[in-house]
Design a protein around this ligand. Structure first.
Ligand SMILES: [Cu+2]
Length: 277
């Protein structure tokens, strides 16, 4: 009778016990740190193949993010890591599997390069690749590079840009009409301007008072690096009047002063085509 009672009480508490077995955020973060430390000890370094380039990259942990979560059977958290060779700051996602109470890293994905996301997750936690324009110099001898990603959000696009090896100061950055960087960027044509309106600052002025490609300026620091994040409502990754796919991003020599007709930003120093994804 006593053992029956015990069984009954145990069953009452069983869901609680199972629930209590969920690993804490700290434990999950430590699982990632341990995984990296183990690799370093076993192989002398933490290295992982970049699925985009096929290169084996040696990385160093900077920090594990605070946020942890669960999707499907996996727990996850993200890390900031540094490429030992290039110094590039990367964001990697770690999936963690709970194998009968033993936590282990099941998958690792490159999520962001220098703050520029390669993909986002949709409402079903599936990965959706993002179009990323790869900026390159328009003149021989220039080392300017950069990336501009385009993420569809509820009513528009979130645009993230990083530029490296550029002259310090403010530089106009726009979406231009054509998807070509030929002829030193001139083949990209004029500003993307489907409404035929005057030049402006799109984020502030909207489609009626700015070109649909008027992203404004990116500020480059003394180290030649600059980043920009813009949320523009109305732009889209779909085809149509405000679709940006197949157009180009142009980085200009000078600051966009929002004057007419195109902001007095001077020559085109870098260019990249916005791919379909
Ligand atoms: Cu321009």
């Amino acid at each position: 009778m006593r053992s029956l009672l015990f069984l009954f009480v145990s069953m009452l508490f069983l869901p609680l016990i199972v629930h209590a077995a969920e690993p804490s955020a700290d434990t999950l973060r430590q699982t990632i740190r341990d995984h990296i430390a183990n690799q370093e000890e076993l192989q002398g370094a933490f290295a992982i193949v970049d699925d985009r380039t096929g290169d084996l990259r040696q990385l160093e942990l900077v920090r594990v993010h605070e946020r942890v979560g669960k999707t499907g059977d996996y727990y996850y958290s993200c890390t900031d890591m540094k490429d030992v060779k290039t110094g590039e700051l990367l964001d990697l996602d770690f999936d963690i599997e709970d194998k009968a109470g033993r936590l282990q890293v099941a998958d690792i994905r490159f999520h962001k390069d220098d703050g520029i996301p390669r993909f986002t997750y949709n409402e079903n936690d599936q990965m959706v690749p993002l179009p990323v324009a790869q900026l390159g110099p328009t003149a021989e001898g220039s080392a300017i590079t950069g990336k501009v990603s385009f993420m569809a959000i509820e009513d528009g696009l979130k645009i993230n840009a990083v530029v490296l090896n550029a002259p310090p100061g403010k530089h106009g950055i726009h979406i231009h009409e054509n998807g070509s960087c030929a002829e030193a960027g001139n083949a990209a044509g004029g500003h993307f301007n489907p409404d035929g309106v005057l030049h402006g600052d799109l984020a502030k002025d909207g489609f009626r008072h700015a070109h649909a490609g008027d992203l404004g300026n990116i500020e480059i620091g003394p180290d030649g690096k600059g980043t920009l994040e813009k949320v523009i409502s109305g732009l889209t990754l779909e085809t149509g009047q405000y679709g940006v796919i197949g157009r180009s991003v142009i980085l200009h020599e000078k600051e966009d002063d929002f004057g007419q007709p195109t902001g007095n930003a001077g020559g085109r120093i870098a260019c990249g085509i916005i791919p379909s994804s």
